[in-house]
Design a protein. Structure first.
Length: 393
């Protein structure tokens, strides 16, 4: 039996610093993949594996680190995640080859995912949840421009190391987390099966047949394990909850649309305008920043509103963004679509996270946060990969 965990309240600034910098790894490379390719002597298509591996790392790391919170507590998880981010960022700065750079990105993503999950786990109200999710969106909104400027002024390697900023909030977590749960039996088999399933899903856009078959096989093994261990690494009560599944599935869809647009927009704006890379970065900041900033108000206000109208509005915004991006040939129409997609995804992450965790028993809150974020963050892997697939065909 685990003890109830009580933590001193982290400041809103600490929650934002803990969560937000993960977006540097997701969106920061959007305008510098050509620089990475030139610097390492690889093709631009090969360089996009940095984004895919980071997406894999945060998708796998989110449930794994949330499971670690439930098993060992907040402080050990924060220390491990901070160490992973430090090691991964150091490798980004000095890696002599692309495979080592990928390994560093994977370590960095695992740690960053854990720190973001901790921020959401420690957020004890919709308003504070909005701080965590809005910080992800706001940092993500400026990440392409920051990445471009930092690459020009310093190096593309420094851009890849930017998620290390999250480590600044780790001492606050270590200092304020108090009572830890007593270790229980860890469902190692469940963790392995879930990791295999997430890995297969991340690679579906790249190898649809092989990864798709693997995903089906592993999903069957996952279902069997769930029947044997309903209270294991993935609690069966969450998988069987329509409210939780609906919230997580919708968050995934909104994330796919948003992150696909973030990576598709530079190429589309290059086709439609004579803007330079820096000008495109500046142009992309405003819709993303608007969407990310507005999301905090949406998430905070959602606590005083009925959930269905709020969720319906987010769905409408996401669908409108996708249709506009697909059919418009107007640069400012594309930027408006990006603003709508950003509002829908960033607000959806906060609103739907509250809905998903409220559908979970208190003892499974950490697991609910981890699995919900897994679904959302799978969108960060699928969105750019789908864009790359469409561009190459």
């Amino acid at each position: 039996m685990s003890l109830q965990v009580r933590h001193a309240r982290l400041s809103a600034l600490s929650l934002a610093v803990l969560a937000g910098p993960m977006s540097f790894g997701i969106a920061g490379p959007a305008l510098i993949l050509g620089d990475v390719a030139d610097g390492l002597g690889i093709s631009p298509a090969t360089a996009t594996w940095l984004v895919t591996v980071f997406g894999w790392g945060i998708a796998v790391g989110t449930p794994l680190m949330s499971g670690l919170v439930g098993h060992r507590g907040v402080r050990p998880t924060a220390a491990l995640c901070g160490l992973l981010v430090l090691v991964g960022s150091a490798l980004a700065l000095v890696a002599p080859s692309f495979p080592i750079l990928l390994a560093g990105g994977a370590a960095q993503a695992l740690g960053a995912a854990g720190l973001t999950g901790l921020a959401m786990h420690l957020a004890d109200s919709p308003r504070r949840m909005g701080v965590a999710t809005a910080s992800l969106a706001v940092v993500g909104s400026v990440s392409p421009l920051v990445g471009s400027l930092v690459s020009d002024l310093l190096s593309w390697r420094v851009v890849l190391a930017l998620p290390v900023v999250a480590v600044l909030a780790v001492p606050a977590v270590l200092g304020q987390a108090r009572q830890e749960p007593s270790p229980g039996r860890f469902d190692a088999a469940g963790a392995v099966v879930l990791t295999a399933l997430v890995t297969a899903l991340v690679f579906v856009p790249h190898q649809p047949v092989v990864a798709g078959i693997a995903a089906v096989v592993v999903a069957a093994a996952f279902a069997l394990h769930l029947r044997r261990r309903p209270g294991g690494f993935v609690p069966a009560v969450l998988v069987r909850s329509p409210a939780f599944l609906g919230a997580a599935g919708l968050a995934f869809a909104l994330a796919v649309g948003n992150f696909a647009l973030i990576y598709a927009l530079p190429a589309r704006l290059t086709e439609l305008t004579t803007w330079t890379s820096a000008q495109i970065g500046v142009a992309m900041v405003w819709p993303l920043l608007f969407g990310g900033g507005l999301s905090w108000f949406v998430v905070a206000a959602s606590a005083r509103m009925r959930p269905r109208p709020v969720i319906a509005a987010l769905v409408v915004a996401g669908v409108a963004a996708a249709l506009t991006a697909a059919f418009t040939g107007w640069a400012f129409g594309l930027l408006a679509a990006q603003a709508a997609a950003s509002i829908a995804a960033a607000s959806g992450q906060g609103v739907l996270a509250v809905r998903a965790t409220s559908a979970a028993p208190e003892e499974h809150r950490a697991a609910a946060i981890g699995l919900f974020n897994l679904c959302y963050l799978l969108g960060t892997a699928f969105g750019p990969a789908i864009v790359a697939l469409l561009v190459s065909t």
